[in-house]
Design a protein. Structure first.
Length: 197
């Protein structure tokens, strides 16, 4: 009984040893997906596997081909638009300030021209006052010469009276001249040629 069972086991072992094993060595052609491959039906570039030529942004991809491109272009385009908007706001602010400065300069020109006109008028008044003083001094000298030529007790009295009146007139003229001079000194200076351009 034991001999028959041992013979059956040996027959099974011999039959297994005679069975050829599949050749797992690489194909001489170098392709791991040839017909002799142990997995001929499964190819890494089959319909079930991603093709190397297929873009990761294909129709089946969760990220369409234009989505990332549009997002990046939107970000790039938003930055120039914001810079242009800031530039336009800065130009508008500068134009407003320029208009204000131009108005102030124009008002300053008008004030200076008015002051220059007043100075000319005061200068003319000074000339008139000086001319009047010269005439009075000349009249006084003529009267003094005439008094010197006269004789009598009343000559000194006449001279004193005349000199007193003349002094009062000179004081009044001096007061007027000083007032005009004070007004002239309080006026603004003459505008510069660059400001009047």
């Amino acid at each position: 009984m034991f001999i028959g069972e041992g013979t059956h086991v040996l027959w099974i072992v011999n039959s297994q040893l005679r069975t050829p094993y599949p050749d797992l060595s690489p194909s001489p052609k170098g392709s791991p997906h040839s017909e002799d491959s142990p997995y001929p039906g499964l190819s890494p570039y089959s319909e079930d596997s991603p093709s190397p030529d297929r873009s990761p942004y294909s129709e089946d991809s969760p990220f369409p081909s234009g989505s990332l491109r549009l997002d990046s272009s939107a970000r790039c385009s938003s930055t120039p638009f914001s810079g242009v908007r800031r530039l336009v706001e800065s130009i508008s602010t500068l134009q407003t300030e320029r208009s204000k400065l131009a108005s102030e300069v124009e008002a300053t020109k008008v004030d200076m021209e008015h002051g220059e006109t007043e100075k000319k008028q005061l200068s003319a008044n000074f000339q008139i006052q000086i001319q009047k003083l010269k005439e009075r001094i000349k009249e006084r000298e003529e009267e003094l010469n005439q008094l010197r030529m006269e004789t009598g007790v009343t000559d000194s009295e006449k001279r004193i009276q005349h000199l007193s009146l003349e002094n009062e007139s000179l004081k009044q003229n001096l007061s007027v001249t000083q007032g005009l001079l004070q007004q002239l000194s309080s006026l603004p200076l003459q505008p510069s040629p660059q400001l009047l351009k």
